[in-house]
Design a protein around this ligand. Sequence first.
Ligand SMILES: [Zn+2]
Length: 271
Amino acid sequence: MKKHFSLILTIVLLFGCTTVPITGRKQLSIIPNNQILPLSYTSYQDVLKESKLSTDTEKVLMIKKVGSRIQNSVEQFMAKHDMADQLEGYDWEFNLIEDNVLNAWCMPGGKVAFYTGILPVCQDEAGVAVVMGHEVAHAIANHGRERMSQGLIQQMGGMALAIAIQDKPEETQALYYTAYAIGSTYGAILPYSRLHESESDKLGLIFMAMAGYDPTEAPKFWERMAAATGGQEPPEWLSTHPSHSSRIEDLKAYIPKAMKYYQPTAGTIKR
Ligand SMILES: [Zn+2]
């Protein structure tokens, strides 16, 4: 155990940690974004190719509008906190896929997909902003990279890591596909841990508030989600999500903080 710990410590010292915006949590970040982003962009294109994009112009435009407003908030926030370099190489994109699944995700680098199935639960633009803020937060907090880094430590030891990262891009690629489980059907991303979920809930609230959307819409969205999934098994992407009730309580508790960032007119100024 002790040996294992010192190994991890060595790895952390060698390759570093990053700090998650807002929550300040230290996380492992062994694999650099410049290796992850190209993989992300390729698999995003693959998902788009295999999917039927929505032709409902109104809904497509709404997704893109909410997306760019959230993007603006994220860029403002990161610039203000001297973390703009963390967005280096980002190439934001927001697409709506025609599929009845209750899903949405954001890959590293700001590649977002919404599925038409989640729109009735979102109800309106503010509901889309709840989901958009949350999914984008997973990417901004580099949760996938953290999962890849943990995977790397589990699979290899010590200096083998350096070799794997520098000279074996296929190892990074394999980890990427494990972390994101890019499926051919839905491009579904593996469920995140509860820690990652609650972190994204908090960041998402702040991003939506900065984008001009009322954060009190977030618990309402999750109430509708609870009703939509009813007594049935939750969809796969929700399976390790916190229970609806504890998530809703946590969100409500965090709203006063998010309210400090709320700029009700942010969207109208930008557009
Ligand atoms: Zn999530």
